[in-house]
Design a protein around this ligand. Structure first.
Ligand SMILES: Cc1ncc(COP(=O)(O)O)c(C=O)c1O
Length: 373
């Protein structure tokens, strides 16, 4: 009855732990900021709805919004125009439309492991074969070319910086190395940069402007805490974008109209909102990393971006089992294996929660593992 492509496609393991915890559980499992969107964006959304902006719009998105996105992204590449942007339903649809535009039966696509949960299933749904490249703690979870299994069938490399789940940030030298290999082997690069503004040390390095055969994905979800509004975008050279736009049309028709007004307002308004959020996340990051490292048996690198800590542990237990025991004590964390086999012996802790809850949550984790040593 079901199409064969659905075989072996499972729901993401990220939410599995949610069902195990009680109502008052402390959530260190959330993949979204615990803030509300900027007030000016909320008001723009209300106004757009009241003004009757509730109809279909242009398939690639409102010209005004695409122009504003171009203005922003000129930080990475000066010759962009609105023909290089399609506004999508979040980074999720941006990635799906792009993968479906380029990947077909037999194509191999390199994806990070541990890496965000969308990449593998999206590649498989398109008929391709995800080939995982490991990210190691000892390398700060930054990819190494020698860990990428490039074959004659490799069509694309998916990269993600800052990374979910590790919080690592890809440095300029590694970007150059990946671009050089992609150029030599004639590969596409899909770069997922939805956390680009959430970086705590130094600055974000983009793949944009470094490679022509690039599909660049970004989103308003994390930066403006509007995950539920489902708005993001994909950028690429015009000939690529024209094809991606077709896939987007047959999936979405167009991005949601009133939400585009809100996103435009968020871009045009003061960016102090983003700065404040990043400052708060940094404060929490420093606390969560310190607190986890106080627990014997855990080791946590300081994540450079996003809002996740990805500690490793030495207890003789799988990451799923450990996450389940922690959930039984009413703290939700995500097992590292939800992001691939290389996530084993790791937990992902989101610090998109109050300092108080972070401290309480980590204290409970400390108690849970006392019996495991
Ligand atoms: C690395 C990464 N990429 C893409 C997404 C998709 O985000 P959205 O579709 O809300 O833009 C997420 C969300 O968690 C993410 O963590």
């Amino acid at each position: 009855m079901f199409a064969p492509r659905m075989k072996d496609i499972k729901m993401s393991g990220i939410r599995k732990m949610f069902d195990l915890a009680g109502e008052n559980a402390i959530h260190l499992g959330l993949g979204e900021p615990d803030f509300q969107p900027p007030e000016n964006a909320i008001n723009a959304l209300k106004k757009a709805v009241d003004d009757g902006c509730n109809k279909y719009g242009a398939t690639p998105g409102m010209p005004g919004l695409r122009d504003a996105i171009v203005e922003k992204e000129k930080r990475y590449r000066k010759d962009l125009t609105r023909d290089n942007v399609v506004v999508t339903a979040g980074g999720t649809e941006a990635l799906m439309a792009s993968v479906f535009t380029f990947i077909d039966k037999g194509d191999e696509v390199l994806i990070p492991d541990p890496g965000f949960v969308l990449y593998g299933p999206q590649v498989r749904l398109a008929g391709g074969k995800p080939v995982r490249y490991p990210l190691f703690e000892e390398n700060g979870f930054v990819p190494k070319i020698e860990d990428m299994r490039i074959t004659g069938k490799t069509k694309a490399i998916i990269v993600n910086s800052p990374s979910n789940p590790t919080g690592s940030v890809i440095d300029e030298k590694t970007i150059k190395a990946i671009v050089d290999v992609a150029e030599e082997k004639n590969l596409l690069i899909f770069s997922d940069e939805v956390y680009d503004e959430i970086v705590y040390e130094g600055k974000h390095h983009s793949f944009m402007g470094k490679y022509d055969d690039l599909i660049y994905v970004n989103s308003f979800s994390k930066i403006y805490a509007m995950t539920g509004w489902r708005i993001g975008y994909v950028m690429a050279k015009e000939e690529y974008l024209r094809e991606i736009a077709k896939m987007h049309y047959y999936t979405m028709a167009c991005p949601p109209t009133p939400i585009q007004y809100a996103a435009l307002e968020a871009l045009k308004g003061s960016q102090d909102y983003v700065k404040k959020m990043v400052t708060e996340f940094k404060r929490r990051r420093d606390v969560i990393v310190d607190e986890i490292n106080k627990i014997k048996g855990f080791r946590c690198l300081k994540p450079k971006g996003a809002f996740y800590a990805f500690p490793s542990f030495t207890f003789n237990i799988s990451s799923e089992e450990l996450a389940m025991r922690i959930a039984a004590s009413n703290v939700i964390v995500t097992p590292g294996t939800a992001f691939g086999q290389n996530g084993e012996k790791h937990l992902r802790l989101s610090y998109a929660n109050s300092l108080e809850n972070i401290k309480k949550g980590v204290e409970i984790i400390g108690k849970v593992v006392e019996g495991l040593r």
